[in-house]
Design a protein around this ligand. Sequence first.
Ligand code: COA
Length: 203
Amino acid sequence: MTNESAPTVQIRPYRPADREAVHDICIRTADAGEDATASYDDPNVLPELFAHPYTHLDPNLAFVADDNGRVVGYVLGTSDTARFARRFRTEWLPLVGDRYPAPPGPPNTPDEVMAHLLHTPERMVQPALAAYPAHLHIDLLPDHQGAGHGRALIDTFLQALDGVPLHVGMVTANHRARGFYDRLGFHEIPHPDPGPLTYLGRN
Ligand SMILES: CC(C)(COP(=O)(O)OP(=O)(O)OC[C@H]1O[C@@H](n2cnc3c(N)ncnc32)[C@H](O)[C@@H]1OP(=O)(O)O)[C@@H](O)C(=O)NCCC(=O)NCCS
């Protein structure tokens, strides 16, 4: 007999076998929360920038939402953004940089913008964010959004962080994510030059 009210989604630590699913989820949610596949000539740069370096450098802060063996979401991050940026340069970039060369001049296309970001990890270290040393990325597949899994992922991440203040840089146009973060107690961090992002913090 099945119990229809039994939860099928569990939050658990990331495992190397989850790599392909995390890769896919990242691309399918990277355009202000929507599918970014059609926005890039090679969208595979997106997880090399926003997902895989975290599981590689900070595996203890990588968690997935697992629906009966299918990975449907993740939260990834670091407790120390400055250290992460240094290791991104020395340990991560040598693994992927050649595949996505830095553009020769100012980036002109979406692919070039991402390649530029890949080759400038120091951009993550900003005085305005210094009081919030940790940061995260969270994404769930569309059919698993709005069911409490985002809150569960953040709760798990915060528990693992053990009190380190946290920031998130979100695309300002992603109004849905903003409602989520507001509901979870994040507040806007004043920033002199936010570009297309809004920075939110949580102590
Ligand atoms: C943003 C995202 C992670 C949120 O996760 P989620 O599972 O959809 O959110 P939850 O169902 O856990 O919501 C948690 C709480 O926030 C509230 N909430 C969520 N979105 C909201 C919104 N747009 N406005 C107001 N409240 C919102 C929920 O009602 C819920 O409240 P409660 O727990 O007090 O009942 C998820 O929707 C997602 O992956 N979106 C696409 C990718 C993305 O935008 N990632 C963030 C990039 S910065």
